[in-house]
Design a protein around this ligand. Structure first.
Ligand code: PHE
Ligand code: ZN
Length: 876
């Protein structure tokens, strides 16, 4: 669209006309698909009788339009920007239209498009308007009947939402299938798939005894990569019954894997469509991380059947209503079926890096934004992950038992409706009696709150006084912030006993692990009957999405690292300890002073390496240093080179000092077992591969021999990928080059493995990374039209901090070139790829100038709404 006007939450109006039933017929053809629609429509009881009818429609060629059987002429309706308007319509009527669309030209991957020769759809948020004229908004819900007509040879499989009710042969080698979805749904949940697909089938009996058929549809060569997704689906279905009392509601549940997809997956009713990267796994092609990602995304999309589909969003400002809640649900599921502390550590490590950065940048927005230009830009970490943290706080505030009653009430009360975040929170308030008025600010205020904490132990009275001060920095459009209701979970760990002390606050006992509620700008909490001097363990399990500052000494952190009863905070103490050392080294690097390793960090690591730990995945996390991106997030001004140098120095110092311990850890965790993505095996592989990375950080012959052997053994992709990455990221080019070549040839036929092959090469720290990107963009397996490839090559390179931020500006220029090209092909992906450039304020003057220059060059192009909105904010 040309003028890019914002939409405002305040301007919400209910739709003047509802659709009660929608019938669609697709006559499929790559360049000229005909879509016939028949809509049963009714005026909203409160709408004026002369309210015009507006239908969204974009990139459609209108063939005919009829109202109650009468064909409309061009004088009876108006084609306007973004749709079609009919000035007067009756109270109830049937509207019929025929349009033509061209799936083969659709590179935006919204609406109906082609992927590897098959037809598929993506309608969330506003893609349905590229399929037919329709009130394309989530508060219009209808039952659907859909007939798909296609070529028998090219599209033997024809799928849509719901249940198949009729199929038959047609002339000219064509056939059709008719599908009915009895559950009223908004247009964004519509889906259609057609092509040469093969299925794996299984079954599930619900808790009430209904049999559900489960199908995963893939290209033939991927039939052996579906077992894990199917097992994950069944686990998720059982979990939602047991944990939320939610049962599946159709006789058939389908998942389809497609190669070209903008996001991870989509929860279309009864017909989930997945990015192949989010569903296909095989021990030889997918890493442990990929297995776990598939499990969580399969669960996420399945959980949407209730949190999103049965109860949906009134408008797109409420997006976090379904996404925040559903991410929270999938996080709890993954925690239940895997190592819970590791799940939390991984989620928080990612959150504190990427979401905090978003909240601190020019595109910062509240969990419920109040305006947007392009809603596709708002499928963000804030909506998803911060939204999930807010729901988690709600659950912890009112308790798991009340939270379950609240969710039961929410699903019952609003079943079949399109509702708001207030509706959800009101259910939680109603069942618990809690006052959540102040809590609602979490949805309205952008920015990461910071808490400055200070504690004092009074020996004489046996009191511990904890003072907490909160402030939320200004964000674009929100200069002043109000205090939030922040639940701080904490313990006081006795320095003598090493145990959690009993918490008594204002005469009330909180046990040994309690929650205090910070509501004012500043509050002091006085804990009485504190028998010994404690070290406070604050914000346990990351009880609120905030930055917490406490003046811990290194000794106190080392103490928490070994004594804290909260697994998450033990890990966090290690991260804080490492950060203090890193800060010193960053300063030393900047000042040209010799770097000296803090022996306390070495001793803390030695202790970790020599104390048996049951959960090896936790150990692997504890042995992992904060990432460069996380370290950068902690600095007032990002010094790319100093951060890299400091982190490398710590890695090498640890490896040199603890070489034998890492070697032993590696050797002790070798396993000959057949691959299985179990938490135990994954934990074992994680520590082993962390140890190998340390050994490869120094020039250790034994480490190198193990690395090469691990690559050659070819046991599973987790081990192979780690070995290949370490070789390629080392200076041993004579070993790396043949390994890369062999790997690339072996997997040339598998796009998901080739994505990994791209990523491994462009993330190497050596200074030729950018030249490798340029070279690989010419590789036959690369394509700018495929979002996975763009992410694997360009996106991954932009995470290669020292090389993306090269001082000659070539990294930025390359990204700008790609964004300009993508802006024409796929605006959604273009806007997402732009993210690293929007963070220019965080860097030194030279880099700032270069980054802005790249942004200005993009700005000079004719821009899609997606890229326009991001560029405007970035340069504001
Ligand atoms: N709703 C999808 C999910 O969260 C994400 C998505 C959004 C996919 C928009 C495609 C387009 O699972
Ligand atoms: Zn979702």
């Amino acid at each position: 669209m040309s003028d890019h006007q914002p939409v405002h939450l305040q301007e919400y109006q209910p739709p003047a006309y509802q659709v009660s039933h929608t019938e669609l017929t697709f006559d499929l053809d790559p360049a000229a698909t005909r879509v016939s629609a028949r809509l049963d429509m009714t005026r909203h009881p409160e709408a004026a009788s002369d309210a015009p009818l507006f239908l969204h429609g974009e990139y459609l060629t209108l063939h005919s339009l009829a109202l109650d059987g009468t064909v409309l002429d061009e004088g009876d309706y108006r084609l306007v920007e973004g749709g079609l308007e009919i000035a007067r319509v009756p109270e109830r009527f049937v509207l019929e239209s025929v349009v033509e669309i061209a799936p083969c030209e659709n590179t935006a991957l919204e609406g109906l498009y082609q992927s590897s020769g098959m037809y598929c759809t993506q309608c969330e948020a506003e893609g349905f308007r590229r399929i037919t004229y329709y009130p394309d908004r989530p508060d219009v819900m209808a039952t659907f009947k859909v007939t798909v007509i296609g070529d028998k040879a090219k599209s033997p499989v024809l799928l849509a939402n719901g249940n198949p009710v009729e199929r038959g042969e047609l002339d000219g080698g064509r056939h059709f299938v008719t599908w009915e979805d009895p559950h009223p749904k908004p247009s964004y949940l519509f889906a259609l798939v057609a092509g040469e697909l093969y299925k794996v089938e299984d079954g599930f009996t619900t808790q009430s005894g209904r049999d559900v058929t489960l199908q995963i549809w893939v290209e033939e060569e991927n039939l052996d990569k579906t077992a894990h997704a199917m097992a994950s689906l069944k686990r998720a279905m059982r979990w939602d019954e047991e944990t939320y009392g939610r049962e599946y509601d159709l006789d058939l549940f389908m998942i389809v894997a497609v190669n070209d997809f903008n996001m991870g997956a989509m929860e279309n009713k009864g017909l989930n469509i997945f990015n192949s990267a989010a569903v296909l796994t095989h021990p030889h092609t997918a890493t442990d991380q990929a297995f776990q990602r598939v499990e969580s995304i399969v669960a996420h999309e399945y959980f949407h059947n209730w949190s999103g589909n049965r109860v949906t969003c009134r408008d797109w400002f409420q997006l976090s209503l379904k996404e925040g809640f559903t991410v929270f649900r999938d996080q709890c599921f993954s925690a239940d079926v895997n190592s819970a502390p590791v799940k939390r550590i991984e989620d928080v490590a990612f959150f504190r890096t990427a979401q905090f950065a978003e909240d601190a940048g020019p595109t910062a927005h509240p969990v419920r934004p109040d305006h947007y230009i392009e809603i596709t830009n708002f499928y963000t970490l804030t909506i998803y992950e911060k939204g999930a943290e807010v729901v988690r706080m709600l659950c912890n505030l009112i308790g798991a038992e009340a939270f379950r009653r609240g969710s039961d009430l929410y699903f019952e009360r609003f079943d079949g409706q399109a509702v708001t975040i207030e509706d959800f929170v009101a259910c939680m308030a109603e069942v618990s009696g809690a006052d959540l008025t102040q809590f609602m600010r979490w949805y309205a205020q952008a920015g990461t709150p910071e808490i400055d904490a200070y504690g004092e132990y009074d020996y004489v009275h046996g009191e511990y006084r904890l003072t907490l001060r909160q402030r939320t920095p200004a964000t674009p459009g929100q200069p002043f912030k109000k205090p939030l209701h922040i639940p701080v979970r904490l313990g006081l760990v006795g320095t003598k006993s090493g145990q959690d002390l009993r918490l008594t606050l204002a005469g009330e006992s909180l046990g040994t692990d309690g929650v205090i509620h910070l509501r004012e700008e500043e509050q002091t909490f006085v804990f009485t009957e504190v028998a010994e001097a404690p070290v406070p363990s604050l914000l346990r399990d990351f009880s609120a999405p905030v930055k917490l500052h406490f003046p811990y000494s290194r000794e106190e952190l080392a103490f928490l690292l070994t004594h804290d009863s909260d697994g998450f905070n033990r890990w966090d103490a290690g991260q804080r300890l490492a950060m203090l050392a890193l800060d010193d080294l960053i300063a030393a690097h900047r000042n040209g002073v010799e770097k000296v390793m803090d022996s306390r960090v070495v001793e803390a690591f030695r202790l970790l390496l020599t104390t048996p730990m049951e959960d090896k995945a936790v150990l692997a996390e504890m042995l992992t240093l904060p990432s460069e991106a996380y370290i950068a997030e902690q600095q007032p001004l990002v010094d790319v080179d100093a951060i890299h140098a400091a982190r490398e120095f710590v890695r090498q110092s640890l490896a040199l000092a603890l070489r034998d311990e890492f070697l032993a850890l590696y050797e002790d965790n070798q396993s000959q077992e057949a691959y299985a993505p179990t938490p135990e095996q994954i934990g074992q592989r994680s520590v082993k591969n962390v140890a190998l990375a340390y050994l490869m950080a120094i020039d250790d012959d034994q480490g190198l021999a193990y690395c090469q052997a691990q690559f050659d053994a070819n046991h599973n992709m987790t081990d192979v990928r780690q070995a290949l990455t370490l070789l390629v990221h080392s200076e041993h080019n004579h070993l790396a080059a043949p390994a890369l070549k062999a790997f690339g040839e072996k997997w040339a036929h598998d796009p998901l493995v080739m994505d990994q092959w791209f990523t491994i090469q462009v993330t190497r720290p050596q200074s030729d990374a950018l030249e490798r990107v340029e070279h690989l963009m010419q590789h036959p397996a690369f394509s700018l039209k495929n979002p996975n490839k763009v992410r694997a090559l360009i996106g991954a390179f932009a995470q290669n901090r020292i090389n993306f931020h090269r001082l000659d500006g070539k990294g930025y220029a390359l990204l700008a070139d790609v964004v300009i090209e993508l802006n024409r092909l796929n605006p959604d992906v273009a806007a997402r790829m732009l993210t690293p450039l929007t963070r220019w304020q965080r860097f030194d003057d030279a880099r700032q100038a270069l980054m802005r220059q790249a942004l200005e060059r993009i700005k000079a192009e004719p821009l899609s709404a997606n890229v326009y909105e991001v560029i405007e904010k970035a340069l504001a």
